[in-house]
Design a protein around this ligand. Structure first.
Ligand SMILES: NC(=O)C1=CN([C@@H]2O[C@H](COP(=O)(O)OP(=O)(O)OC[C@H]3O[C@@H](n4cnc5c(N)ncnc54)[C@H](O)[C@@H]3O)[C@@H](O)[C@H]2O)C=CC1
Ligand SMILES: CC/C=C\CC(=O)/C=C/C=C\C=C\C=C\[C@@H](O)[C@@H](O)C/C=C\CCC(=O)O
Length: 260
């Protein structure tokens, strides 16, 4: 998809990766980006981006994406204001350690349930019937494949996002909807999330050859998932060791008559 002139909705847009994704779209001349976040910090982030990237429009919509009706309100707002939605990024996320039961349940709800809401809403608003097609990027993590110790629900939520995305992005579905759905799986990235779990930075520092990536580098992968029309149901890993790579899709190696 050519980004120029397009309209995007990014959840968790007040945070590290969400802001970097918004900036990447704005540099590529998106018409408008709406940052959807529970933190009122999003207002200043939107203001900052608006000043940096005229004449693109940048809005902030305050919303808890774990509430389906409130989240739908964000889609209605963007649709009404700009006439269409082309790009949805389900990025809002959190991490809690295993001993924190309520935090772990909230992690599953925000990182997986709300990504389901955003994927369903993205399809409802962008499919060929109500919209003009589009692309959904769901932010998972390398933790989907290489679990972080002490973060069962975080790891499970991210593995769930990968499975959910592959399901939503099967080619047969894309033919009907015109909406591509892809997953982005970064390794450790320099954002405020790394300061929410005690001892996490120390643990990362002890890993051999494990530099923390910049949000701007991860945003390069994000931009490829938006732009490359070949990618649907794709899972992209972004790591300092291997760079930006697409996880091979086994379906392609199978007999073409198989639906599995
Ligand atoms: N930083 C890292 O090392 C990695 C992060 N990720 C994923 O990237 C995504 C973005 O995280 P970061 O930018 O790193 O963290 P962050 O903490 O900077 O950003 C998360 C954003 O989500 C927002 N948010 C939290 N609860 C919300 C809710 N109920 N409704 C709406 N917004 C809500 C926060 O206010 C915040 O702005 C997350 O899904 C995270 O799991 C994946 C791999 C590595
Ligand atoms: C608690 C939340 C904290 C951080 C956010 C997050 O999502 C962290 C990611 C966790 C795991 C990252 C693992 C990263 C591994 C890579 O850097 C490489 O070591 C892996 C490279 C290739 C993989 C080879 C393979 O498949 O085995």
């Amino acid at each position: 998809m050519k980004i120029s002139g397009k309209v995007a909705l990014i959840t968790g847009g007040a945070g590290g990766l969400g802001k970097a994704f918004a900036a990447a779209l704005l540099r590529a001349k998106a018409k408008a980006v709406c940052l959807v976040d529970i933190s009122s910090r999003g207002k200043e982030v939107a203001e900052d981006l608006r000043l940096q990237y005229p004449p693109s429009q940048v809005d902030f919509y305050h919303c808890d994406v774990m509430n389906y009706d409130l989240f739908k309100g964000a889609f209605d707002f963007v649709q009404k204001r700009f006439g269409a939605i082309d790009i949805v990024c389900n990025n809002a996320g959190m991490a809690a350690s295993d001993h924190n039961v309520s935090g772990s349940i909230r992690t599953l709800r925000l990182n997986l349930e709300a990504v389901y809401f955003g994927t369903k809403l993205g399809m409802d608003y962008m499919d060929k019937e109500s919209g003009r097609g589009g692309v959904i990027i769901n932010v998972a993590s390398m933790a989907a494949f290489l679990p972080l110790m002490g973060s069962m629900c975080y790891n499970a939520s991210k593995a769930g996002v990968v499975a959910l995305t592959k399901s939503a992005g099967v080619p047969e579905q894309y033919e009907m909807t015109g909406v591509r759905v892809n997953a982005l799986c970064p390794s450790f990235t320099e954002t405020p999330l790394l300061d929410t779990s005690s001892g996490l930075r120390e643990m990362i520092a002890q890993l051999p050859n494990h530099p923390i990536m910049s949000p701007e580098y991860v945003a390069e992968g994000f931009q490829q998932l938006v732009e490359n029309e070949e990618l649907c149901g794709a899972v992209m890993r972004v790591t300092p060791q291997k760079g930006i790579e697409i996880v091979p899709n086994r379906r392609k190696d199978r007999n073409s008559s198989s639906k599995l």
